[in-house]
Write a protein that binds this ligand. Structure first.
Ligand SMILES: *Cc1c(COP(=O)(O)O)cnc(C)c1O
Length: 326
């Protein structure tokens, strides 16, 4: 039940096709040399709005009942930006609730898309409570950032494209937070290519899904500032979809440090000439640090590019990772 069927993901692909880019899968000679297997990068940071979250948000908005007036969501930034974009396309009002940990560049981008922004509290949980309150008080429809079948199916369309472009894929390395992305990608990839292994990567500072999988149930972890700000927040104690899906479909979860994330961002800029945010770099960080030993043709998903430019510059200049994170 918890695994979204392949047919739902294929329907989502049809639904969102006019609104999202089909991103490139590009070989990385440098990472292939380092890893000893062919490594390809899924360039999802080049997606419209600068992150893959447009896929899930668009699929969710296009699946809403007619008569919906407006949508509301809590977000670490990219889901809010994606939902604001999708809602505007559909002519719906949009309210995004954010915590004070969300970087200013992401807040400004959401406002620029015409959404109403509420900044509340010191973490994702406070932002979620505000979103729940607005849904109840104003009759808005909540569109959660990950724990919803329409979101999972939308993100899963990335998995369809990966297998289409690289049918013999054996390892897919996926940045992991609430697990909407990994649940969708794993469902699609494993349905089409059952031999493939799915590896999730989170940051050591607040790895909610990793700790929950260890505990055997959704648990809370302290939310702390990190370079991978888009991976912050819990998975929800009442998680209905992504925890079970991750438990069933994810083969390995590993954690990277802040300085490994900084090294990943630097490597991706210098060697691949791509600008990515911390959350998007963790797969490359895991290869560079030797924490993952990929088997066979491998795909690393680069998930987003919405990093504050001044922070990006400081990281390129070798600023100490802890100094930039806090
Ligand atoms: C949301 C996000 C992730 C993690 O996705 P989940 O579905 O929450 O696991 C990874 N990278 C970026 C850039 C994101 O915005």
């Amino acid at each position: 039940m918890s695994v979204v069927p392949l047919t739902e993901i294929q329907l989502a692909a049809e639904r969102i096709r006019p609104a999202v880019l089909r991103t490139a899968l590009e070989p990385s000679p440098g990472l292939s040399r380092l890893a000893g297997v062919p490594v390809h990068l899924k360039m999802e940071h080049r997606q419209r709005i600068g992150a893959f979250k447009l896929r899930g948000a668009t699929n969710a908005v296009l699946s809403l009942a007619s008569g919906t007036r407006g949508v509301v969501a809590a977000s670490t930034g990219n889901h809010g930006r994606a939902l604001a974009f999708a809602a505007r396309q559909a002519g719906l009002t949009c309210t995004i609730c954010l915590s004070r940990l969300v970087p200013a560049n992401k807040i400004a981008a959401i406002e620029a898309l015409g959404a109403r922004v509420h900044v509340r509290g010191a973490g994702q949980d406070d932002a979620q409570r505000e979103a729940d309150r607005l849904a109840a008080d104003e009759g808005l429809i909540g569109v959660p950032p990950f724990d919803h079948p329409a979101i999972v199916a939308g993100q899963g369309t990335i998995g369809l494209e990966i297998v289409e472009d690289l049918p013999d894929v054996e390892t897919v390395i996926v940045p992991l937070s609430g697990g909407g992305l990994i649940a969708g990608v794993a469902a699609a990839v494993k349905a089409l290519s059952p031999r493939a292994r799915i590896v999730g990567v989170s940051m050591e500072r607040g790895a909610a899904m990793a700790k929950s999988l260890e505990a055997g149930r959704p648990i809370e972890v302290e939310e702390r500032p990190t370079l991978a700000d888009s991976l912050g927040g819990g998975i929800g104690l009442a998680n209905r979809w992504t925890f079970e899906a991750a438990k069933r479909l994810v083969d390995e979860v590993l954690l990277v440090t802040e300085s490994e994330i900084a090294a990943g961002i630097r490597h991706i800029y210098r060697e691949e000439r791509e600008v990515v945010e911390g959350a998007a770099a963790v797969g490359v960080s895991a290869i560079l640090s030797g924490r993952v030993r990929p088997r066979g043709p491998t795909v690393v998903i680069l998930t987003g590019r919405n990093i504050d430019p001044a922070l990006h510059l400081r990281i390129l200049n070798g600023a100490d990772a802890l100094e930039v994170a806090v």
